[in-house]
Design a protein around this ligand. Structure first.
Ligand SMILES: *Cc1c(COP(=O)(O)O)cnc(C)c1O
Length: 400
């Protein structure tokens, strides 16, 4: 059967998550002991040490998931109730939900169309006296323009938390993240480093690390007594089972990232000459690396309906992971409802969002998941053919 047959293509895109080492053996080993939790075992701590080292950082704290990682990072900064946290308007909802859960007001920043990340120019316009933090997202794995974002943050004197849920292990101009104060990660099943559920916060700041330890450990201090709760926290820990899986997954991560990178470059090159298909950079020549979590494609000549039609054709061809992506957060009623509650309690109105680039992007985007980038190169070539053929079909059938 040819790769161009839908069922064959689907079968040749690797399943994810999957074992990358001896997960099964380690899980059996843990089951046979009484050390199922990280207070008794060593797997979560081993993973934390390895994950910190992976980011050239002294501290990594594992926690329940990526949303909790964001909430923990924001919590330990002690931001004033009702203060404003600037987030991208184009990201997973958790980036904006995290501040809203804490009685903070997410303020939505417009997107850089060529990169799908926070626009530093728009950010500079949004910063004001109520701003208490900035949360850029390395979207799809693309590093944000951190130098520009840090310049705005330093000017305003506010901390920066990088949402790196899609960007484990990336470099920005040769440096590991966080470039800012903390970076948060997710190990939910779809992510490039997965343990079913899970998260982490990485920081170079000893004081923040100590507060994070307490926040995810019910207010305890390292080495302190079990019922000595010094600060207000929660039990947000991972189990040893997740710790063991993550330890194995992390060992395989650099090698798998290389496969994803080679394939992303191959796919980007195959689509490069096609009028009407734009692919944001997947490689950089300044020492930055891309997390290759999503392979983003933009179709600026298509209407939203035609874009949806294109996604349908990709699904029918066997690319079942193709997605039309996020809805703009500044238009999400559930999120805005929560923000309205916070603002009402403060006697303020919900800040109005102005994100014209995001409003356009959301209609013109389709992304492919990282699993496509784990396929064999000939499968990646077939994917490029399918995208180009389907794009021409919805564009009116013009040949070549
Ligand atoms: C996945 C993701 C999160 C949330 O992580 P969970 O582990 O699902 O809670 C936050 N931000 C971004 C950008 C994500 O992709």
């Amino acid at each position: 059967m040819s790769i161009h047959e839908p069922t064959s293509l689907q079968e040749r895109i690797p399943r994810w998550p999957r074992q990358t080492g001896d997960e099964q053996g380690l899980l059996a080993e843990i089951l046979a002991t009484e050390a199922w939790g990280s207070s008794a075992g060593h797997f979560v701590h081993d993973f934390e040490d390895a994950f910190a080292a992976y980011h050239d950082a002294p501290h990594a704290l594992a926690c329940a998931n990526g949303t909790i990682a964001l909430i923990s990072a924001l919590s330990v900064l002690d931001l004033p109730f009702g203060s404003e946290v600037i987030v991208p308007s184009y990201t997973f909802i958790a980036t904006a939900a995290a501040p809203a859960f804490l009685g903070l007001v997410p303020v939505f920043c417009d997107t850089l169309p060529g990169r799908y990340t926070m626009d530093p120019g728009a950010l500079a316009q949004l910063v004001g006296p109520r701003t208490s933090a900035i949360v850029p997202v390395h979207l799809g794995g693309a590093p944000c323009e951190m130098d520009e974002i840090m310049a705005v943050a330093r000017g305003a004197g506010v901390p920066v938390i990088e949402d790196a849920a899609q960007a484990a292990g990336i470099r920005y101009k040769g440096r590991a993240i966080p470039v800012g104060d903390m970076a948060t990660f997710s190990f939910q099943s779809s992510k490039n480093l997965a343990s079913g559920e899970g998260g982490a916060i990485v920081t170079r700041d000893d004081e923040l690390a100590s507060r994070l330890f307490s926040f995810v450990n019910v207010g305890r201090v390292p080495g302190g007594a079990w019922y000595d709760h010094r600060t207000f926290g929660m039990n947000l820990r991972l189990s040893e089972f997740q710790g063991a899986i993550l330890r194995e997954q992390l060992k395989a991560h650099p090698e798998l990232q290389k496969v994803r990178r080679d394939n992303a470059e191959r796919l980007a090159a195959a689509l490069a000459g096609v009028d009407g298909i734009e692919v944001p950079p997947v490689m950089f020549d300044d020492g930055s690396t891309h997390g290759q979590h999503l392979f983003l494609m933009r179709f600026p000549t298509l209407t939203a309906d035609r874009r949806d039609e294109l996604a349908g054709l990709l699904h029918a061809a066997g690319l079942t992971g193709a997605s039309t992506g996020y809805v703009p957060l500044h238009r999400n009623p559930a999120l805005l409802g929560q923000v309205a509650k916070v603002c009402e309690a403060l006697g303020r109105s919900v800040p109005e969002a102005h994100c014209p680039n995001t409003d356009r992007l959301v209609d013109e985007t389709i992304w492919l998941p990282q699993t496509v980038l784990l396929a064999d190169p000939e499968v990646v070539d077939a994917v490029a053919d399918i995208v180009v053929t389907a794009f021409r079909e919805v564009s009116g059938g013009a040949s070549s």
